[in-house]
Write a protein that binds this ligand. Sequence first.
Ligand code: SF4
Length: 613
Amino acid sequence: MSQDYAEAGQLDSRLPPIFERYRYEARYLVQILREVQDALGHLPAAALSAVARALCLPRARVEGVAGFYSFFHLTPVGRYRVLFSDNITDRMLGSGELIDRLCNKLWVERGKVSEDRLVSVDTTSCTGMCDQGPALLVNGRPLTRMSAERIDRISELIRKQAPLSDWPREYFLIEDNIRRYDELLGRQWPNGEALKAAVARGREAMLAEMKLSNLRGRGGAGFTTHIKWESARRAPCAGEAPARYVVCNADEGEPGTFKDRVLLSSYADLLFDGISIAGFTIGATLGLVYLRGEYAYLLPALNENLARRRRDGLLGTRVLGEDDFNFDIEIHLGVGAYVCGEETALLESLEGKRGVPRIRPPFPATEGYLGQPTVVNNVETLCKAALIAVNGGAWFAGLGTKQSTGTKLLSISGDVETPGIYEYPFGVSVAQVLNDCGAGNAQAVQVSGPSGTCLAMHEFSRRIAFEDVPTAGAFMVFGEHRDMFEVARNFAHFFAHESCGFCTPCRVGTSLVANCMDKIASGQGSQHDINEIFKIHRLLHAASHCGLGQSACNPLFDTLNKFRPAYERRLRSLAFKPAFDLDQALASARQMTGRDDPAAHFGLAAGLPGVEA
Ligand code: SF4
C-alpha cells in the first residue's frame, strides 16, 4: 500500500493534464486509461486509484474496465511489445514460423516478457493487414510483409534498443491495394462536396433520397439505413443534456476485413462528409468515430483532417453558414475488443464502460449514446450516404440488385494472385470475383469472416447480395491444398479468445469447442467430439446474448457439413463411445440441489427453446 501511495505521488504530474484534456468526464474513461498507459507503459494499481479519484468513480469500475480490454496491461510489458497478427491468412503466409524465429533470436517465450523487460512477443487477433501479411504490431505500429530476413533484422534492432523511427521505413509501408474501382473508389471526392449537396437538398429531402436509395448497412446485418435515420430524427431526446448523436463504427475487427482501413486512409473526406450528412439529417450535434486500436496509426492524419474541416467551416458552429447546423466530430480509439464491433457494446465502450452488449430493445436509434437517439453506421455505409447526397437515391438504387442496392467493397485475401480491395455492384457471382483476383484452385471461400459463411466449390455460382450471400466484406480464399479443419480450428480459438465472458453459454461454449478442436487435432478426438460440437452449436445459437456467441460455431458447422473428411481422418475411431457420461454423473448433484431443469443438464440443454435433445 505504501508503495502505491509513493507511486501515486510520482504519477501526479503526468496524469492531471490527461484528466483535464478529457474534462474529468467518466464517459472518457477508456480514452483516459489509454493515455495513462501510453504515459506509464502499463496501468499500475496506483494509477487506477488516481483515475478513480479524479473521475469520482468507484475503483472497482475503473479496474473492471482496465481488465476488460486486451490492449490494457495491468502488469509491466516489454519496452518493445511485439504482437503478431494471428488470422488464418497470416498463418497461411508462415506467421507461426516467424514468431518462433523471433522468440528464439530474442530468447523470449511466446506470451511472456523477457527477464530484462526489453521485449514481449505474443499474438493478437487479425490486425487488418491480410492483403500484405504476415503482419505484426510493434508498440501499436503495424509492420507488413514480414519475412525471415526482416524478422532477423527486427531482432537485431530490438537488441540494440533502436527507436522505431530508426527502423527501415519499408517495414511500415501499408498499401491500399485497390484492385477494382467502381462508383465509390473510382473518383476523388473533394472535401465537403457531398455535405454541401446534402445541405442544398435540405433535411427532409435528404431523408427522402436515403429512402429512395434503399441503402442497407454495410457492417453485415444489412439493416435499412433510412429507417435508423428516421427513427433517430423522430425520437425524443431525454434528460438534462438532450442531444442526438451519430456514431461511426470503425471497429473493423472481423478477421479478413480491411476495407475500412482503406476508406479511412484514402477516403476520409468522404467519410467525414457522410457522418456530417447523417448529423445534419437527424439533427445531431456530435459525431463519434470508434476507431479500432489496431488502426491507431491513422489517428494523426484523421485528426488533422478534422482540424482542416473546422477551418473550412465544415465542422463547428453554423456549419456551411446554416443557423441550425452545429456539428463536430471526435475520434475514440478502441483497445482490442472484437465484441465492440457490436453496436451496443461499442456504445458502452464510448461511454467509458466494459464493452458488454446491451439488451435490445431499446435500440440505439431511440436510446443510444448516453441514452439519447443515436444513429450507428459502419464506415462504408456512411461513405455510401455521401454518394447518395451527391447523385441521388434513384441513381444509387439503379446499381446492384433490387434488394441489395449500390456497390460493395470486398477485402480479398488468402490464396489469390492479387489480394486487396475490390468494389463490385451487388449481385456479382463468387466465381466472377475468384476469377478477377486470380484464385485458380480455390476449394472454399469464407465470406464475411469467421461469423459468416463458408462456401464450397459447388456454391461458387452464388451471388454476393443480402438475398443470397450477405457479407460485411471479408472474402478469404482457400486453395485445394489447404486443410479446412485447421481453418475452422483457428476460427474456434478466435471466438474463444474474443468472447467477452458476460454470458455462460458463450464464455464456456466457445472454450469447449476450441478444446474439442484441439483434441481432434491431436488425434485424440472421436465421433463423440463431433456430436458435442453440434450440440454446443445449437446451444450457442439459442442461448447466447449477442451475435458473437450465436455465430461462433458457424465456421465449424459449415466445414463439418462441407469438408467432413478433413475432420474424420483425424478421428481416433468413428465408432468410439465415451466410457464416462458426465450428465449421468451429475445426477446426484441435481438431486441434492433440487434442480432438474434443462439448463442443469451439462452440455445437453435439452428442452431449451430451439434446442434439440
Ligand atoms: Fe459476451 Fe459472448 Fe455473451 Fe456476446 S454472446 S455477450 S460476446 S459472452
